[in-house]
Design a protein around this ligand. Structure first.
Ligand code: PBG
Length: 339
């Protein structure tokens, strides 16, 4: 007997709320009436590419995620595409870091080399994105240029972002994703791309990016430590705010963002819902390293069913209103969804 059949026999009208269960009695009917869904089409995979290594390296705090060589990153992008994942976003780990984050705009910098390699291998079969920031490339670990007094110089930084954007676009990025939370970064990047003739390169703006404690494993993945035990609270958003997120998003759209992002995702589902109700551009959500690592750690201990939690979490992010999700679960979930 199916669970739904047990309700038969009661006088009709006695339990009007029983109608909720009639539409839950089989997997087929649940599928039929599902309000939202998750498919591989909704996913973007972050890929880390490290300069100067011959073999991919594991990242202790991100089980299953690797620091790639250019070759292994390209193969992984091919595998993701074959699983039905439409996009990848590249992050570089340079051998040398300096105060200006020079590696970010070096034409032979690690991300540029990897972008060319993935572009040559996959062309338009993949949406090729590049994270656009300085923190992976600076010796002080901040997302921008730092003044002698230790504060981050907004306007000097966005000039650097503009240079990086053009170099990434030249190397084949179809989407650049500024993640530094500097004021005016989207406008500066849009102007620079247009001046360089890159009219077709889209901007995915990390618009509402919070000063979150959930980025820890990512900083291991890109070998970033913020100098002097510092933090990013002077440029990333305060987790207590949601109205401010709408202001950030409105500014980014006005400056020329093609898509906006909320980050992290699960603790900010209200922000995703508010933003997606407000804007007419696609809204991305970044399910960040700490969110992934917590699921993996609990699953390793046998405390939760990891693959089921992954689907539930990513499904909730879709339900909140995200158009697509950047997630370290991309390959695993695409595989589970039969991609
Ligand atoms: C900055 C950047 C960060 C992440 C993506 N881009 C780190 C930060 O702001 O400290 C975090 C992503 C994650 O935790 O998965 N370039």
């Amino acid at each position: 007997m199916t669970p739904g059949a047990r309700s038969g026999g009661a006088p009709s009208g006695a339990f009007p709320s029983r109608r909720m269960r009639r539409l839950r009695r089989s997997a087929a009917i649940r599928r039929l009436v599902a309000e939202t869904g998750l498919t591989p089409d909704d996913l973007v995979a972050p890929l880390f590419v490290r300069q100067g290594i011959d073999e991919p390296r594991p990242i202790a705090s991100l089980p299953g995620v690797l620091q790639h060589t250019v070759v292994s990153a390209t193969l992984e992008a091919e595998r993701l595409v074959s699983l039905g994942v439409p996009g990848v976003i590249l992050f570089g780990v340079p051998e040398v870091k300096d105060a200006a984050g020079s590696g970010a705009s070096d034409r032979d910098g690690i991300v540029q080399v990897a972008l060319r390699s993935v572009r040559d291998a996959l062309g338009d079969d993949v949406v090729l994105m590049a994270d656009l920031c300085l923190d992976e490339y600076t010796d002080h670990g901040h997302c921008g240029l730092v003044r002698p007094d230790g504060t981050v110089d907004n306007d000097a930084t966005i000039e650097r972002y503009a240079e990086v954007a053009v170099v990434q676009a030249d190397a084949g990025a179809q989407v650049v994703a500024p993640s530094g939370m500097m004021d005016g970064q989207v406008g500066a990047i849009r102007d620079a791309l247009e001046s360089a003739g890159h009219y077709g390169v889209a901007i995915l703006a990390y618009a509402a990016k919070y000063a979150s404690a959930l980025y820890g494993p990512f900083r291991d993945a890109v070998d970033v430590t913020i100098a002097g035990g510092g933090d990013r609270k002077s440029y990333q958003e305060d987790p207590r705010n949601v109205v401010e997120a709408l202001a950030e998003v409105a500014l980014d759209v006005a400056e020329g963002a093609d898509m906006v992002m909320v980050k992290p995702a699960l603790a900010y589902l209200d922000v995703i819902a508010a933003v997606s109700a407000e804007v007419d551009v696609p809204v991305a959500a970044y399910h960040v390293s700490g969110e992934y690592a917590m699921v993996k750690a609990a699953a390793e201990r046998g405390w939760v069913d990891g693959p089921a939690v992954a689907l539930e979490h990513l499904g909730a992010i879709k339900r909140a209103g995200a158009s697509f999700i950047l997630t370290y679960f991309a390959a695993e979930v695409a595989e589970a969804l039969g991609g």
